[in-house]
Design a binder for this molecule. Sequence first.
Ligand SMILES: [Zn+2]
Length: 421
Amino acid sequence: MRLPCLFLFLIYFKHGTYVSCRFYPSSQLMNSEIHMEHDAYRESLFTNRFIKHQILKSKIGHIQSQACFKVRQLGSSVQQREIYQLTIGTGKIQVMLWSQMHGDEPTGTLAFFDLFNFFAADDQHNAFRKRILDNCTLHFIPMLNPDGAEVHQRRNAQGIDINRDFLKQQSTEARLLAGLQQNIQPEFGFNMHDQDTLWSVSGSKKPATISLLAPPADDEASITPGRLKAMLLTAGIYQVFKKQIPGCIGRWSEEYEARAFGDNFQRLGTSTVLIEAGGYPGDFEKQYARKLTFDILLYALNQISTQQYAKQQLSQYHQIPFNHKELFHLLIKNCQINNDDSNFTADIGLNYTEIIDLEHHKHKKIYTVADFGDLSTWNAYDVFDADGWAMATSLSIGEKPTLKIVDTQGNILVMDQGVMV
Ligand SMILES: [Zn+2]
């Protein structure tokens, strides 16, 4: 249903200020217990979110020559791209980590390659990495859905959502993942995803930069022995990382999804943790989320190798706030709206969608009006406080606005049919 239009004419701001909404200082958000420097291990081949199979394959070719890794081709995607399994460590605890079963969700893959660099290094952290590798055997499946990654889409080349294909296993990628779990029978699993940047954390109204979940194993969300371990591990992650990004860690929905892998692996006894990388102010390329993911995985693997996770309290898991949607990409506050019928003040919430040109590695944001009126209970990545001055061409929900805002300090917000110029 189309909502009533607001007729705005010329936007003119008297005291408006364009405020880039930075919730947190840029800081060295290192895990206080492990103090690893992510930059030292960041895989330099991967600089943005649009990682493709060809470059991943070239990096794996290099890794293959390193003695500490066992690399094998697990199988092939529908379009015959290689899907790899990388194994490292000699410990008794089997851990399986897989990423990018949704092709447009690459953050886990990026963090995996940073972890590979970490585990291959020989430096002052040798004792730390040795403890993990002596106690655990880590099985990584980076980029389970290379065909989807190639065109930056969620689904595989058949159009199947792999994470809704556990029961029928009509996709070759789902069969590979299910088969590996069956062969290894891992004690722990890490299921890596990216989530919509519009998810916020209930209570804080900040972006859900990381969402965690110990997926349910049944409709009743029973606390099975395996799920209990995943819940305790998740509780530990939350307790440590909530201090580093306060208000930015949420919990994904606990609704049971009978077709999903995480829920089924939990049911099969693999203590599975879902990690969803979300938005963060200024982190359009997800590089900060990548670093957080790296830190979280190292923390979790250390907890597993030392069995420290078992000392966490279950109540701490239940303290993790759920995800919510109280966030826009851009919020123009306190606009004075003058049209033929009335004069009033309104806030305007705008969200963007991305237009991606994979061939030329370009992408642009198209903003549309998501809501207007009293949006004082909402937050945004960027807030422009119009301070009572506004006017523009007609606006309506879903419209790509054309507007120009200037404040007395000379800050200008110009948008042409939804494109910031
Ligand atoms: Zn996903």
